[in-house]
Design a binder for this molecule. Structure first.
Ligand SMILES: CCC[C@H](NC(=O)CCC(=O)O)C(=O)O
Ligand SMILES: NC(=O)OP(=O)(O)O
Length: 315
């Protein structure tokens, strides 16, 4: 595996899921694989799970880890080509990426969508520039449009907890007062498409995700109807793709509570975290037996370890 940017970099999804489950059973089985290899983790945005789980996974593989909050610890980076750098960016990505690539064998990057310019966000300029100038494998720690380490952990979790061969998986939009990226929702749909699941996507009108991510997903604007018979309910907020970056509604009736979960077939609740309690999901669900959010977050370590193992095998 040359890069881990999206599911398009995965040759065998079932093998990757099995690799993550195997790592969970034997975390140090490949401790020699990453010996004397260094991964640099670059964060342009906040993180808890991705930061800690990816560092731990790399250490489980014997790697050295360097973590950097790019905007705070380093210099502001200019991503555009050919500009006169007389603003607030002191360094160009051409130099920064090449220098970091000289220190690190692998680079992980988190850079969220700006939610101002859809064409710019969906062009993934930060990742394209680092791929071009760092000349080492790049791992997506959440980009403008995708979050593959989260989606692999989601696949591992559903495989672990499913009791039917083809479960009904419902991605439901949740209310939020500020604009959030489509990345997690996009990526979840992208990874659910090849999985043996019935994928349903429910959200208010105006929040349709880009068609290339929806794929086989059935879109139902009536949340209660969508939730009927669900085996897994995956909650996530996202801002409008059509009216890019806008919050069209924060209707609290979309919050998941026990009454909504009662519509499911003893459904389990999933969310990538962080999650705003009692705005997106009621305490009664998160504190009850339906919630898988902690198990799901714990699987981020095994998701990262499976992905990094494939990257190391390709070095
Ligand atoms: C893994 C999720 C990261 C990010 N979440 C947030 O930015 C939440 C911020 C908030 O709730 O204020 C998102 O929605 O993409
Ligand atoms: N789910 C996830 O990526 O969490 P963090 O934003 O805390 O890394």
């Amino acid at each position: 595996m040359n890069h881990f940017l999206s599911i398009n970099d995965v040759t065998d999804l079932n093998q990757l899921i099995s690799s993550g489950i195997a790592a969970k059973r034997n975390p140090f089985g490949d401790i020699e694989l990453g010996k004397n290899k260094t991964i640099g983790l670059l964060f342009f945005n906040s993180s808890l799970r991705t930061r800690i789980s990816t560092q731990k996974a790399a250490q489980n593989l014997g790697m050295n880890v360097i973590t950097m909050n790019v905007g705070q610890d380093g210099w502001g980076l200019e991503m555009e080509e050919g500009v006169i750098m007389n603003g607030d960016k002191a360094e160009h990505v051409k130099e920064a990426a090449a220098v970091i690539g000289s220190y690190c064998d692998v680079i992980g990057i988190r850079s969220f969508a700006g939610l101002q310019d859809r064409e710019k966000d969906y062009a993934e300029i930060v990742f394209r520039q680092f791929q071009k100038y760092a000349e080492v494998p790049i791992v997506n720690l959440e980009s403008a449009t995708r979050h593959p380490l989260q989606s692999l952990a989601d696949c591992i979790t559903i495989e672990e907890f499913k009791i039917k061969q083809r479960p009904k998986v419902v991605l439901t939009w949740l209310p939020h007062f500020k604009a959030l990226p489509q990345a997690v929702a996009n990526s979840f749909c992208e990874w659910m498409n090849p999985m043996d699941v019935e994928l349903v996507i429910t959200h208010p009108e105006g929040y349709d995700l880009a068609p290339e991510f929806v794929g086989k997903g059935q879109v139902i604007y009536d949340q209660n109807k969508a939730l009927e018979g669900a085996d897994f309910v995956y909650g996530k907020n996202w801002s409008s793709y059509e009216t890019y970056g806008q919050v069209l509604t924060d209707d609290p009736s979309w919050m998941i509570n026990e009454a909504k979960m009662a519509l499911t077939d003893n459904g389990k609740f999933m969310h990538c975290l962080p999650l705003r309690r009692n705005m997106k999901v009621a305490d009664e669900v998160l504190d009850g037996p339906r919630s898988l959010v902690i198990e799901q977050a714990a699987n981020r370590e095994w998701s990262a370890q499976a992905a990094l193992k494939e990257i190391l095998l390709g070095l």
